[in-house]
Each structure stands twice: as C-alpha cells, then as structure tokens.
Design a protein around this ligand. Structure first.
Ligand SMILES: Cc1cc2nc3c(=O)[nH]c(=O)nc-3n(C[C@H](O)[C@H](O)[C@H](O)COP(=O)(O)OP(=O)(O)OC[C@H]3O[C@@H](n4cnc5c(N)ncnc54)[C@H](O)[C@@H]3O)c2cc1C
Length: 502
C-alpha cells in the first residue's frame, strides 16, 4: 500500500504525540495548530520577566518501572526534561480551625498525622492507606491505557485483569464510588475536605488511592522547566522525526467526500488534503462544528449533553519580589469566609508557589498563583458583551485574592510586581476547549471507565486523540491516545507498529 499522509488538528500533547508515532511508522504528517505555540493547555506565558505556568501541576510515572516511562523515552521527554521528585504532594489548610496537614510520600507519617487530628476516623484512614500501599507498583499503562478500544481483543482483557490482580478489589464496591460518597462516612469535616480535594470529589476512590500510591513510590514529580518546555520537547522530537507544524492555523472544517475524511479547511479559507485526518483538538468543536454533527450517534450526543465537564478555572498569578523558602508547591486553603464570583461561592483556593526552580522568576523573586473554579457562561458572556466590566472584574478578583493571601504570607501585597489573570474565556481563546473545560470531562466513575472509540460512526479515515477521547484527560492518557492513533493506522494497514528511540 502506498504511504498514506496524515493531517493532525492540534499541537497539544496528544496531537504532538500522534505526530511522533505516525512519523515513526512511516506516515508523513502535518499538524495545524490554532495557537502560535505548541502545548494546548500545557502552557506558560511571559509577564515582565516572570514565567506564568498555567498548566501541568505534576507529572506521573517519570521514573523507570511504569510503561509510560517507555513513552517518555520514545518522545524524547526522559532525556530532555528535568523532573523534581515530590516528597510533599500538597498542604491543606483550614482557615476556620487553623489546622493544616501535609500530604507526604511517607504514608506512615501521613496516617499518623491524619489520625492525630481525627482519631475517630482511624479505621477509614487505615483503609485508605492500605489501598494506597496496594496501589504502589501498579502500572497505569497496563491497566487500561495501553490500547485503544478498537484494538482490544479478548486476551487483552485477561492481561489487564492479571495486571490488576493485586489491586482488583480497589476497583470495586465502595472504592469505585465517587470520593464524595466515601467521605460521607468520615467523622471529621476537615479530613473529609482534605480527602475530597486530593483531586476532585467526583473521582472514584481508586483514583486517589493510585495517586497516593504513586506519590509514595516517588512516581510523581514537578516539571522544573514548566509545562511549555515539556510540550516543546515533544515538538522538537516531532520535527526531528520529519513532522511539520503550522501555527496560527485554525481548522474550521474537516473536508469529507463520500463519508471519507480527505482534508481540512482553515479559517483563512485555504484547504489541505490528506489521506487521513486526526483531530487532537477539542471534542465538541471537532464533532459538532468541524464535522457539522453528521457523524455523532445518540451515544456521542448524550455524552456531550450529559457528562459533567471540568469546571473552568480562574488563574490569578502574581510576580512577587521575594522568596518563599520551605513552602510546598501546592497549598489548598479552605476559606473561613468564602467569596462569591457571580453568585458562585468560592470555598477554597489552590495556591501554587513556584519556588522549586529559578526558571519562573528573576533571582530572589517568585511566582505565586491561585486557582479556583468559576462559571463558564458568566466570563464568556462578559468578555463578549462588556469588555470594560470583564477587565474590571478581573482586577477586582485579583485584589480580593491578594487580600486573602496576605493572611498567610504577610507582606505579600506590597511585594507584588506583576499581576496576571486568566479566565475561562482565556482557556477557550487559546485552546478552544469546550466551555473552558481544561481537562475535558470530569473523571467520574462512569466517565473514567468508559473506553471511547477513536473513530466516529459512519466516517472513514478519521480518528480522534486527546482528552476528549480519554475522559479525565491528563498528560499520560493524552500521550497514550496519540500513540493509539498510529497503532490503529498500522493495524488497519497490516503493518507492524514500530517505535524508535531518539
Ligand atoms: C491548570 C492545569 C493543570 C493540569 N495539571 C495536570 C497534572 O498535574 N497532571 C496531568 O497529568 N495533567 C494535568 N493537566 C491536564 C493535561 O495537561 C491535559 O489533559 C493535556 O495536556 C491535554 O492535551 P490535549 O492535547 O488532549 O488537549 P489540548 O491541550 O487542549 O490541545 C488541543 C490543541 O488543539 C488546538 N486546537 C483546538 N481547536 C483547533 C482548531 N480548530 N484548529 C487547530 N487547532 C486547534 C488547541 O489550540 C490546542 O493546542 C492540567 C491541565 C491544566 C490546564
């Protein structure tokens, strides 16, 4: 069979990974990217000498022992990226009681600390720690990520069960329920909040057990050079493999003839032809705009209508003329006095302190960033309807947040040199993710266990990659999804799927 060319929409992590693996397997590719740089939601931007990182909090599986490590090697990440081990995942602080707890990789210490303030929850704490210990050494890649649904055979199911045999019980019963259900049984309200906010209250319990297990195993790390550098590393690898990326190239339509994808039309009207089209862009716009909704069956429509999305984020960053020695990189503050953003209460904020490398700020200075959930409609409408109020609201919120930070980091208000506010609209503007859902669908028990096919019904030569086919998103699933596309193509073309190390 003659070599088939591939057009990829989106140079986020999934699109870049898809490009790399297609190139490795002899499919010439070209990526069209809406933004002027790679990475999608994995991004950073500059503000007066500071680097604002608006993406990836931590990387999973960065050391040998996990299948994903092979992908990191193949994509050139392992060699080029500096990852700092996280000994503390984060600190949780309850303003009302003044209590705080650090989630350390030492599970014995963690258990002791949790029991110290909530002895009556000792049984549940032991239960969680036992689960986290059991999860240590589990290989995410072998537990459902390794293959797309299109290529799963009966043996794969058995292999997966075998890989999960030690931890199988933690994927059933109460551990398969949302964390918020599990925490109902806890006595202490602060413990409840801590456990729910280890990730999100909607995720299944096994998800946080896995997180704690990986933390304990030393398989969670911080990107020393930020999210954009991570993406640029894969972009470099892609270019070395012969791939071509065109930036500021927004695809408006996927060209289809006789129910076969044949190319793309960009916003400037230009058309590009390819034998295969892969969308690693936002799922909603791919299916309902670029393809006009013609290849969405009831299942797909229902998913987009009913599944919960990641709640959009407000990201407020400050360039601060001082150091923050000893502060953990992530602190969740449960506010004593919640504040409202357009009638939605903000009960807690996540504070990221970029004090772990000098890459983010000039010497002696630090980026302090605050993230919290807000509504999509409010910010989207305001930006369109009243630009002056949109800007004023951003400023008001930045001031409000700074006042809150003052209580925890005295003096910070007078040390701020730069303020940057990103709204859900900003997320959409630069990444096009549906309703500002920065990680796609919430990984609820239903969503995270659904395997979404990479092809759509009724259209040939078209596939999807990225967080809209990997519910819950995340770096690891998205990189795998890019690899899956190349594996499917090879399988369809009866070729052996090959990987190449740099
Ligand atoms: C604040 C934050 C923290 C995170 N923390 C973590 C973490 O700690 N650990 C973790 O594993 N994951 C984390 N994630 C999630 C992870 O970064 C994402 O799930 C992943 O990067 C998504 O990659 P993607 O390629 O699927 O999608 P995207 O990044 O959305 O990429 C899609 C690309 O397609 C482009 N595009 C869209 N429409 C078009 C079009 N019409 N034409 C051309 N191009 C188009 C976009 O511009 C974008 O570049 C975090 C994300 C955020 C935002």
């Amino acid at each position: 069979m003659a070599t088939r060319s591939v057009i990829i929409i989106g140079a986020g992590l999934a699109g870049l990974a898809a490009g790399c693996y297609c190139q490795m397997n002899g499919y010439p590719t070209r990526i069209f990217e809406h933004h002027h740089k790679p990475g999608g939601v994995a991004t950073t931007w500059k503000r007066k000498g500071y680097t604002i990182d608006g993406g990836i909090h931590f990387l999973m599986g960065h050391k040998p022992g996990q299948s994903i490590h092979e992908l990191y090697r193949e994509l050139g990440i392992h060699e080029a990226i500096r990852v700092l081990d996280m000994t503390v995942y984060g600190r949780y602080l309850d303003e009302a009681s003044g209590r705080s707890v650090e989630i350390t990789k030492d599970l014995d210490r963690l258990a002791a600390e949790l029991k110290a303030f909530s002895p009556s929850d000792a049984r549940a704490i032991n239960d969680l720690m036992a689960g986290a210990r059991a999860m240590q050494g589990s290989d995410m890649g072998k537990m459902g990520l390794a293959k797309p649904p299109e290529l799963l055979g009966r043996l794969d199911g058995l292999k997966q069960m075998w890989a999960m045999r030690r931890v199988f019980k933690y994927f059933t019963g109460k551990y398969a329920e949302p964390v918020a259900e599990y925490t109902r049984g806890l006595q202490h309200p602060f413990l409840r909040q801590v456990i729910e906010n280890l990730f999100l209250p909607e995720v299944p319990v096994w998800f946080i057990l896995m997180l704690l297990g990986m933390l304990a195993e030393g398989q969670i790390g911080l990107l020393a050079d930020g999210a954009l550098n991570f993406a640029r590393t894969i972009e470099n690898r892609y270019k070395q493999l012969g791939g071509q990326v065109t930036y500021k190239a927004t695809v408006e339509e996927i060209l289809v003839e006789d129910d076969r994808a044949v190319g793309v039309r960009l916003a400037d009207g230009s058309e590009y032809r390819g034998d295969i089209v892969v969308s690693a862009a936002d799922g909603y716009s791919t299916i309902f705009k670029m393809l006009g909704g013609r290849y969405a069956d009831e299942k797909i429509k229902s998913r987009y209508a009913n599944w919960k999305l990641f709640c959009p984020l407000m990201i407020v960053s400050y360039g601060v003329a001082r150091k923050f020695p000893g502060e953990p990189p992530l602190t969740t503050i449960m506010l004593k006095h919640p504040f409202n953003v357009n009638n939605r209460p903000v009960n807690g904020i996540l504070v990221r302190i970029f004090n772990y490398t000098p890459e983010f700020s000039p010497p002696g200075k630090t980026v302090v960033q605050v993230e919290f959930e807000v509504e999509w409609d409010y910010w989207n409408n305001l930006q369109k309807e009243d630009r002056a109020r949109y800007d004023a609201d951003k400023e008001r919120i930045a001031t409000e947040i700074l006042e809150r930070l003052e209580a925890h980091y005295p003096g910070i208000s007078s040390q701020v040199e730069v303020t940057d506010v990103a709204t859900p609209y900003t997320t959409w503007r630069y990444t096009r993710n549906y309703r500002g859902a920065w990680e796609g669908w919430l990984p609820t028990p239903e969503a995270i266990t659904t395997m979404i096919e990479r092809a759509l019904p009724g259209i040939q030569n078209f596939y999807m990659a990225g967080q809209w086919v990997m519910p819950g998103g995340g770096v690891v699933p998205c990189l795998y999804s890019g690899r899956h596309v190349a594996e499917i193509l090879c399988s369809r073309d009866k070729k052996r799927f090959a990987t190449v190390l740099p």
